[in-house]
Design a protein around this ligand. Structure first.
Ligand code: F6P
Length: 539
């Protein structure tokens, strides 16, 4: 189905012509109750949608669109383990990774629930051994540093969460995350580490990713160069993968491999064994609380009616702005320094999922998909890019994320932080008119420069405190928002074919760059265009 050819889409287009220019000032003046009415909850998340450019009718029309697109059926199909990732013919079951053991689930003849909990038990035992000092390096010393080697979905989740949950981590252990094939990454992350007390967790779903295998090889050489012999590899390397053969071939004992499955997409794999380094850092109990947080919002998404289903409504609002207002980007503004890596994490989740220009059936998209996600923690962003948010020419929806209670209660700092967050969303929504600016005594020629147009929409998400559980809820909220958008657009949000060509071309070019002699750039094996050939020659 082409969603843009439906009556529901046409009704929204018509409605947009009628209400698109209405301002948040007008909408609030007419209906002060909207603040209470357009607020909902998902788990412990208080989600305020009142500062969106919508009326009750907009939301009804968006929900009708979701029904027409089959969002409820698609949610049910995901939870049943159907192969909704059609281009790879796979189930999409990251929700099973955080479901309690009592929830039975068999997919393609596999008892998914039993498998998930067997791996979780193995992770827990391993994390306890490392944290207690029982797991020793080759010199008999306890482990002091856990270095996660992985990239994309095998890095961003645990890296983001390690920063987010630093307050819950064991400060006698350090975790590092090496992802880039830039040698700087490995060099800087290991420069103050002792090989004898360092444990590498090599994470790769496929175990074929160039960056990860290169970094893992460099890590093994680093260990061996310290005087350790080959047998030390077993004490200093574990792997997380779906590919047992490749793990064995690399030389990691498969007894030290933590498995996951092809029904877990890379960017949805954070709650699989990919979270192992995080579990070591924060401990199995805090990790279990995080999984329970994910599950709470999974259940909300599975069971709440569409109009009260917060990830669904947020996803629909994103479609509203992308397709009817022409918005191209989306700011994520956590008012928490601990969430500094959240925008980077969300970039992969959203953009690798919904950055598509064909529908699942291969037909070209007839409307825009996939916003550019970006952001920084407040208040830092206020002193950098908020100028554009307030007075720039593009419509740019934003998410504000804040917490009731701080992790560090120092004077009035947290209250001041939150005062800034509330002020920003209000200033974006309501602005300051030319009359108001003039009334302050501003000279006439400066007035236009000080006018704040307002009418810039935002969601505010408030949670009681940043904990493992609320972090899990927040990430599940975003995962399901992405799912909803993909379902509306009728795209496969679970493949990422667009990243493959660049990988193939890099592999093709690599010999020309690594060769000791000047490469023949005209050779058919290299097959480079004139611009690239000239750049390689210059390099
Ligand atoms: O190149 C993109 C990608 O395939 C991501 O989807 C994935 O998260 C990342 O690479 C890492 O893949 P792997 O876990 O197989 O090493």
């Amino acid at each position: 189905m082409d969603i843009t050819a439906t009556d529901e889409w046409a009704a929204l287009a018509e409605h947009h012509r009628a209400v698109g220019a209405r301002t948040l000032r007008e909408l609030f003046a007419e209906d002060p109750e909207r603040a209470a009415r357009l607020t909902g909850t998902a788990g412990d998340l208080h989600v305020d949608l009142a500062k969106h450019r919508v009326t009750d009718e907009t939301l009804q029309l968006l929900v009708a669109l979701a029904e027409r697109a089959g969002v409820p059926e698609r949610i049910a199909a995901m939870f049943r383990g159907e192969h909704i990732n059609t281009t790879e013919d796979r189930a999409v079951l990251h929700v099973a990774l955080r479901a309690p053991e009592s929830v039975p689930l068999t997919v393609d003849g596999q008892d998914v629930s039993a498998d998930v909990h067997a791996v979780l038990a193995k992770m827990r035992a391993f994390a306890d051994r490392v944290r207690s000092g029982e797991w020793k390096g080759h010199t008999g010393e306890r482990i002091r540093a856990v270095v996660n080697i992985g990239i994309g979905g095998s890095d961003l989740g645990p890296a983001m969460a390690y920063t987010a949950l630093a307050d819950y981590s064991d400060r006698d252990l350090t975790a590092r995350f090496v992802s880039n094939i830039d040698p700087t990454d490995f060099a800087e992350k290991t420069r103050d580490l002792d090989p004898a007390t360092t444990l590498f967790v090599v994470c790769s779903k496929t175990f074929t990713t160039l960056e990860t295998l290169t970094n893992a090889t460099v890590a093994r050489d680093w260990l061996l160069a310290s005087g350790a012999d080959e047998s030390a590899v077993a004490e200093h390397f574990v792997a997380v993968s779906t590919n047992t053969d490749a793990v064995a071939e690399f030389g990691i004992d498969t007894a030290n491999m933590f498995e996951f499955w092809d029904w877990v997409g890379g960017r949805y794999s954070f709650t699989s064994a990919i979270g192992l380094s995080l579990m070591v850092a924060i401990g199995p109990d805090a990790y279990a609380e995080m999984l329970a947080g994910f599950h709470a919002v999974d259940e909300h998404f599975r069971t709440a009616p569409l109009a009260e289903n917060m990830p669904v409504v947020q996803g629909l609002l994103n479609v509203w702005y992308t397709d009817f207002f022409g918005a191209q980007s989306h700011a994520v503004l956590p008012y928490s320094q601990y969430l500094s890596r959240l925008p980077a994490y969300l970039q992969q989740l959203t953009m690798e999922s919904n950055g598509k220009s064909v529908q699942a059936d291969g037909q070209p998209m007839t409307t825009a998909t996939g916003e550019v996600y970006w952001g920084e923690p407040g208040t830092n962003g206020q002193h950098a890019f908020h100028q554009l948010l307030h007075q720039g020419t593009s419509l740019l929806p934003a998410d504000f994320i804040g917490f009731g209670e701080p992790n560090h209660d120092i004077g009035e700092m947290h209250d001041l932080l939150m005062a800034n967050m509330f002020a920003q969303s209000a200033a974006l929504a309501f602005g300051k008119s030319a009359e108001e600016v003039s009334a302050d005594g501003t000279p006439a020629d400066v007035v236009p420069h000080k006018v704040m147009p307002g009418n810039r929409p935002s969601t505010t998400i408030l949670a009681p405190k940043l904990t493992p559980a609320t972090l899990g809820q927040l990430i599940a909220f975003y995962e399901h928002t992405v799912f909803t958008q993909g379902a509306i657009w009728q795209i496969d949000s679970f493949d990422q074919w667009g990243v493959e060509l660049g990988k193939v071309m890099a592999r093709q070019l690599a010999p020309a760059l690594t060769s000791e002699t000047a490469p023949d750039m005209d050779s058919p094996e290299i097959d480079a265009d004139p611009s690239t050939a000239a750049l390689v020659a210059h390099y």
